[in-house]
Design a protein around this ligand. Structure first.
Ligand code: CP
Length: 331
């Protein structure tokens, strides 16, 4: 992977590259080249098994240790990094944050140095604080790689990759796609990373559909179309991604949205999906609040690719771990 013109000095995009421009950490999808992204997507395909077959395994990470450090709740990301590490032959350490010494006031860096001293090679980090994965990446020893598993409302790069992998399975012609991401865009790291990946793959049109109080004002998202009416967002869309309201990041929900009428105004239902293309797919990163941002029967229906997103998540995390293990020559 080589830095491109969109990789400013000192940025996370620059920091994540090791010697020779190879990926050493995965902190962000910003600045990742189209070729690098497609290489990761192609590699992930090789880690998928035909339905009913046992999962793919290899020993690429034999002798290595993956540490899952989740300082925020997770089911999918944590479980899939755990399985990805094991299926590549690594030892996997899942730090239980509720019983870890951070609860006694230990600093994040002391936690990291402690795990480094136990020869943890990959630190998979989820944290509610913006900038934490990059902060850790600046302090770790040369053999350690940091993988961002969800950073505040900023970034969730492996989620962005698994989302475009899933879209590519059903709709490979990105240039002619209309993708609608619906819901709480402002507080969503999923929306930001999906948007970055879709931009890199030169999606035809990205619509960010939300109430005005949940719209994102990021300069990076200027390329996308902001839509504040669900019907306008869904009309003739090829891909519809519903998002959960990120209540854990919102102080005063009533101050930004009409919560009593949220489902009526922004809930994605089978009826509303009739506005989208007949073969449109429905996505959700999970966890879902059924009956709020998405109708349960739509999530379970023929258009839904939600469980496929989960399956692809393991393959993407295997591809990222394997790629870094091969390209980062510090061991
Ligand atoms: N999509 C996602 O990040 O899910 P989890 O919070 O369960 O990891």
């Amino acid at each position: 992977m080589t830095p491109n013109a969109a990789t400013p000095a000192g940025s996370d995009a620059e920091l994540q590259l090791g010697e020779g421009g190879n990926l050493r950490h995965l902190l962000t999808l910003k600045g990742m080249t189209r070729k690098a992204m497609i290489d990761l997507l192609d590699a992930a395909e090789s880690f998928l098994s035909p339905p009913g077959d046992p999962p793919q395994r290899s020993n690429i990470l034999a002798g290595r240790t993956v540490g899952n450090l989740f300082f925020e709740a997770s089911t999918r990301t944590r479980a899939s990094f755990d399985l990805a590490g094991r299926r590549l032959g690594a030892d996997v350490l899942n730090l239980d944050v509720n019983t870890s010494s951070r609860k006694k006031g230990e600093s994040i860096l002391d936690t990291i140095y402690t795990l480094e001293a136990m020869a943890v090679d990959f630190m998979v980090v989820r944290d509610a604080g913006a900038g934490i994965p990059a902060y850790i990446a600046r302090h770790v020893k040369k053999h350690v790689s940091v993988l961002n598993a969800g950073e505040a409302d900023v970034s969730h790069p492996t989620q962005g990759l698994l989302d475009v992998m899933t879209i590519r399975h059903h709709k490979p012609d990105f240039a002619n796609l209309v993708v609608a991401i619906v819901g709480d865009i402002r507080h969503s790291r999923v929306a930001r990373s999906a948007a970055q990946a879709l931009r890199t793959l030169e999606v035809g049109e990205l619509r960010l559909v939300s109430p005005p109080g949940m719209a994102a004002e990021d300069a990076d998202l200027e390329f996308a179309r902001r839509v504040d009416k669900l019907d306008d967002g869904l009309r003739d869309a090829d891909v519809v991604m519903a998002l959960r309201i990120q209540r854990e990041r919102i102080q005063d929900i009533e101050g930004i949205v009409d919560i009593d009428n949220y489902t009526r105004d922004f809930g994605v239902t089978r009826e509303r999906m009739k506005l989208a293309k007949p073969d449109a797919i429905v996505m959700h990163p999970g966890p879902m609040n059924r009956g709020i941002e998405i109708e349960g029967s739509l999530a379970d229906g023929e258009q839904s690719v939600i469980t496929e997103q989960v399956t692809n998540g393991v393959a993407i995390r295997m591809a990222v771990l394997a790629h870094i293990a091969r390209s980062h020559g510090a061991w």
